[in-house]
Design a binder for this molecule. Structure first.
Ligand SMILES: [Cu+2]
Length: 237
């Protein structure tokens, strides 16, 4: 047995991660607390751009679309993903079947978050050709034509990654698949609020990611059966 093989075998036996951080361990959480707060946009949000619908107007829409890469609702930041970046054990991680709908030549939702190992059902109710193209680097990239008769494509996402997806047919179609390393995640809606529940007591790094504004992190300490508040304010670039 050469040295490399014996090292890899030893690492596997003692459960060392071969690359990246330790794998997440899910189980029962006793006396968990929660982390909640809001994500705000700092300053005045720019007026969203209009996007010309240059193709398939009968299905995609005859009027210009609104650019949804930065949505601010009453000062709240929408479509921001809140995660804990440094938690190795806690509540069970339940892989899911989640849906990315391309109806009307837009991705619904624009930002879809799920635990790594989940399966994304990419649905096409439009009756026209879409082509979903992923810009993954950690997971295998995919690029699949979805003609009108192919109503559903299934794609499993094994590893944690923020993946941009685009349609090669309709240049304005942009979405994000956010595959998380643990079950503690939330995507903000119009209220900008989030809540992560059943968090074992401890100190963690909470991260907000937004496609246009990047990331912001804060440390937060969770106590048993208590809610820890953490508010974010993301600035425009
Ligand atoms: Cu398309």
């Amino acid at each position: 047995m050469n040295k490399l093989v014996s090292w890899a075998l030893a690492a596997a036996l003692i459960g060392l991660p071969i690359q990246g951080m330790a794998a997440y361990q899910g189980g029962d959480v006793k006396d968990g607390g929660s982390i909640s707060g809001t994500v705000k946009f700092k300053g005045t949000a720019p007026a969203p751009k209009k996007i010309d619908v240059s193709k398939d107007k009968e299905v995609c829409g005859k009027t210009p679309k609104t650019d949804e890469s930065l949505i601010v609702s009453n000062g709240n930041l929408v479509n921001a993903v809140v995660t804990i970046t440094d938690i190795n054990s806690g509540k069970k991680m339940e892989v899911a079947r989640v849906t990315l709908n391309q109806q009307g030549c837009d991705y619904h939702p624009r930002v879809l978050a799920f635990p790594a190992g989940s399966t994304v059902e990419i649905v096409n109710p439009d009756g026209i050709l879409h082509n979903i193209h992923s810009y993954s680097k950690i997971n295998p990239a995919f690029n699949m034509a979805q003609p009108k008769f192919k109503k559903t494509i299934e794609q499993k996402i094994e590893k944690p990654e923020v993946i941009q997806v685009k349609c090669d047919v309709h240049g304005w179609m942009e979405g994000w698949l956010v595959s998380t390393a643990n079950p503690y995640f939330a995507v903000t809606e119009n209220s900008g609020s989030f809540k992560l529940t059943d968090v074992p007591p401890g100190t963690y790094t909470v991260q907000v990611w937004h496609e246009k504004l990047g990331t912001s992190t804060q440390k937060v300490t969770v106590k048993a059966k208590e809610d820890a508040k953490v508010n974010f304010e993301m600035a425009g670039k």
